[in-house]
Write a protein that binds this ligand. Structure first.
Ligand code: HEM
Length: 516
């Protein structure tokens, strides 16, 4: 892999400040662990710099690539150090399999330090919650109520309306011959849909609340990278360095969500069916519940659903559409499938997805090559042994899902967009082999803390990409898509999102109008 490690200037300043600070903390960093048994059997470690250790690798603009590069040189299980913080870097399916098979509970916390009173990265968060009573209660609520298949089915109409809204917007642009940024358009759909699924009709594009939420979600994303570093270096930096910024965003969210919460409490009959907020309020009022959640738990959870569900689906749609329009034979094959299954008299809908196997593998390949979350981040709560090496307690676990899904030992031509690879795999073989096969594909994470929104994510991607391919041709500004990567917040984004002009192939709604 010939990728260069580039360091941006803002990060250099942080690096310099940290170096100075680290000198002051020298004695702390080199304090010997109380129980140093096993420390002579840590996983291999690539050469590091004095004091800062491997910080320079973390600060590179594309951390997943610099980590991929050192892993391909030094091995799939590495021990890194950033000041006195220990990290384990995993880049192969075989190591990931051992961790999630034998040590899943041990790595089921993210050990994020939080600001108590904040809704963003606060102590009432679900994503940041340690593996314990609150997380278990919410996970059960998510699996049995909030995101269970029947709940997803009930909100099908909301998603169909939002898909039509996106279609109408694209058609309007096509008529005016105007270009769009696919990511921005997809973001509106995911945001509006999650807004309506979680908070009902009271939060729609029409009353400006969706737009306000979108802005707040974007502000929170901008904070994630800073908070990630502050967390990692909590003994040096601490999350409170960014407290003012975090609390500013938190207060805005609080005002917006509290308003919607009160509306739900006052006029429950206005909501059509139960949305997530109703179900969360039920749990909040239930005195006999296994865990008594608070209003802050409700608000934090709703906010996290936005953070976890919108940008991930949006980035993947943008990347996958970029791959499709750059590969005319894939576009032709995909369109042929959609035209033959769905036809040209109506728009693709969710119920078509199981009958569109090629669309499904195109989406899977988009997620393999461009996982929106390139890392899975956890913490080893207790010391353990991985592949015969000692891992001390409180070590941070970095699973480089990006490297794993481009590992040449697991994937043929890993850097090429080849959806057919998923059609070929039989899934049969030895038990160990099958498990490792599962672990080589991790866009939604793994184990207990894996993504609970996987089915919804696949629906968003399948319907958005399916509709854009079915109803439009695409003209690319400059004639070529540039596939360079960038990191937005903690997510993998396109460095140069293409400007594309939709060209209408047919209008399924006009066709139906003429027929009736
Ligand atoms: C393309 C779409 C999506 C992708 C690629 C994605 C990916 C991920 C990944 C990699 C994780 C971390 C898993 C781990 O640590 O093992 C995660 C966690 C999570 N995701 Fe998703 N996600 C997507 C869509 C969604 C949607 C639509 C929702 C909800 C509406 C959602 C809700 C969550 C939540 C709540 C967590 C935290 C789970 C926990 O800590 O227990 N995600 N997601």
């Amino acid at each position: 892999m010939a990728a260069m490690i580039t360091i941006d200037f803002q990060n250099c300043t942080i690096l310099l400040l940290l170096c100075i600070f680290s000198l002051l903390c020298y004695s702390l960093f080199f304090k010997k662990p109380k129980n140093s048994r096993g420390y002579d059997n840590l996983p291999p470690s690539p050469p590091s710099l004095p004091i800062i250790g491997h910080l320079h690798l973390l600060l590179s603009t594309l951390t997943h690539k610099s980590f991929q590069k050192i892993s391909s040189k030094y091995g799939p299980l590495l021990h890194l150090r950033v000041f006195n913080v220990r990290l384990i870097l995993v880049s192969s399916a075989s190591v990931a399999d051992e961790i999630f098979r034998l040590h899943d509970v041990n790595v089921s916390s993210r050990n994020v330090s939080t600001i108590d009173e904040s809704l963003v990265f606060g102590s009432s968060g679900f994503i940041t919650a340690p593996y314990g009573d609150y997380w278990k209660f919410m996970k059960k609520l998510v699996a049995t109520k909030l995101l269970r298949p029947q709940a997803i089915e009930q909100s099908r109409g909301v998603r169909a309306e939002e898909l039509e809204r996106l279609y109408a917007n694209l058609l309007n642009k096509a008529k005016k011959n105007e270009s769009i940024d696919i990511g921005k358009e997809a973001m509106k759909l995911t945001n509006n849909t999650i807004c309506r699924m979680s908070m009902g009709r009271s939060c729609s594009e029409n009353n400006g609340e969706a737009e306000r939420l979108r802005e707040l979600v974007t502000k929170s994303f901008a904070l994630t990278k800073k908070i990630f570093f502050a967390n990692l270096l909590h003994s040096v930096l601490g999350i409170s360095v960014f407290k003012t910024e975090i609390m500013g965003v938190s207060r805005e969210f609080d005002e917006l969500l509290e308003g919607i919460l009160v509306k739900h409490e006052e006029k429950p009959e206005e909501n059509q069916g139960k949305d997530m907020m109703d179900l969360l309020l039920e749990a909040y009022r239930d005195e006999k519940a296994e865990y008594n959640i608070t209003r802050n738990h409700i608000k934090s959870f709703l906010l996290e659903i936005f953070l976890a569900g919108t940008d991930t689906s949006t980035q993947t749609t943008q990347w996958t559409m970029a791959e499709i329009v750059s590969n005319p034979s894939i576009l032709a094959k995909l369109r042929e499938e959609i035209d033959s299954v769905v036809g040209k008299t109506r728009m693709i809908q969710e119920s078509d997805l199981p009958n569109l196997p090629y669309l499904q593998v195109v989406v899977k390949e988009g997620l393999r090559m461009h996982p929106p979350s390139p890392f899975l981040l956890r913490t080893f709560r207790e010391s353990c042994e991985i592949k015969g090496f000692y891992v001390p307690e409180n070590t941070v676990l970095f699973v480089n899902a990006y490297a794993l899904m481009r590992d040449p030992n697991s994937w043929k031509d890993p850097d090429e967009f080849k959806p057919e690879r998923f059609l070929a795999s039989s899934g049969r073989g030895e038990e160990n082999e099958v498990r490792e096969q599962v672990m080589k594909y991790l866009p939604f994470g793994a184990g207990r803390r894996g993504c609970p929104g996987t089915s919804l994510g696949y629906i968003f991607l399948g319907t958005m990409i399916g509709m854009m391919v079915q109803c439009f041709d695409w003209k690319i500004e400059g004639g070529k898509v540039h596939m360079e990567e960038a990191v937005a917040g903690m997510n993998l984004a396109m460095a140069h999102p293409p400007k594309c002009t939709p060209v209408s192939r047919f209008d399924p709604f006009t066709i139906n109008l003429h027929k009736s």
